[in-house]
Design a protein around this ligand. Structure first.
Ligand SMILES: O=C(O)c1ccccc1NCC(=O)[C@H](O)[C@H](O)COP(=O)(O)O
Length: 242
């Protein structure tokens, strides 16, 4: 099944989904005087292949933010909200989203099935967030979904720091699910951590806070490129003699 969101991410040199999020989980402002359009323009200027927008209220989001982001960019847009009903998918589609968040920790398995099927029938790519092996195994049509490990705990409103070891531990399960787009999301707080996750085999990463807080996106990305190069060189260097 074709997906503009997945194709754009997988064909990018830097497969980073950059996120527009007004506040962090502790209520701290992440925009610092910028508008939604300013943040989108910053992400476009550094070549973000896809853009995520948090419309969920816990993070200062509003439904209007999806409209604003879609109007400001021609990149595929992911809506991150607490989606539990089919009418929310119709609304996302009508506002121009390409992908929608479905959170396994917040949905009964039967609802997940219905929402994945409905999203796909509308031409929306399900961005399914998981935290356990069991949640991964229960996702239907994973081959057509982005399968993303959330490194934080959404049931605690993401007030924790997050642990990327969760992503690394669940990567084999994501690969077995059949997805062509395994992603690590949340709590990726440094360029070196991002490079490590891609080096381990993730096809893409979703990053909000660290990019929004960086004083220079180009500098953040230059450090990321350097860390990727160093990681690749390390994996190619010969093993020391036994
Ligand atoms: O995870 C959810 O279920 C969720 C639902 C509604 C709004 C936001 C939600 N999660 C928060 C996020 O998705 C994070 O903002 C995103 O992963 C980026 O995290 P970070 O890089 O730590 O800012």
């Amino acid at each position: 099944m074709s997906s503009r969101f997945i194709d754009s991410l997988l064909s990018a040199d830097r497969p980073l989904i950059m996120e527009v999020k007004r506040r962090d989980a502790h209520g701290n402002d992440l925009f610092e005087g910028r508008s939604v359009a300013d943040v989108v323009a910053d992400f476009e200027a550094v070549g973000s292949p896809c853009i995520s927008v948090v419309t969920g209220r816990w993070f200062g989001g509003t439904g209007d933010m999806l409209r604003e982001v879609v109007e400001a960019t021609d990149r595929p847009v992911l809506q991150k909200d607490f989606i539990t009903r089919r009418d929310q998918l119709h609304s996302a589609k009508s506002l121009g989203a390409s992908a929608v968040l479905l959170t396994a920790a917040l949905l009964p398995e039967s609802s997940m099935g219905t929402l994945v099927t409905t999203a796909l029938s509308l031409g929306l790519t399900p961005f399914v967030e998981v935290t356990t092996e069991h949640e991964i195994a229960a996702v239907p049509e994973a081959d057509a979904c982005v399968m993303a490990v959330n490194n934080k705990d959404i049931t605690a409103k993401e007030r924790d720091l997050g642990d990327v070891e969760r992503s690394l531990g669940l990567l084999p399960n994501l690969e077995r699910s059949g997805t062509r787009c395994p992603v690590s999301a949340s709590g990726i707080d440094r360029p070196e951590v991002a490079a490590r996750l891609l080096g381990a085999g993730f096809a893409g990463l979703l990053i909000g806070t660290s990019l929004l807080r960086s004083h220079s996106l180009p500098d953040w990305l230059a450090a990321f490129d350097e860390a990727r190069r160093a990681g690749a060189a390390e994996s190619l260097s010969p093993l020391p003699p036994a």
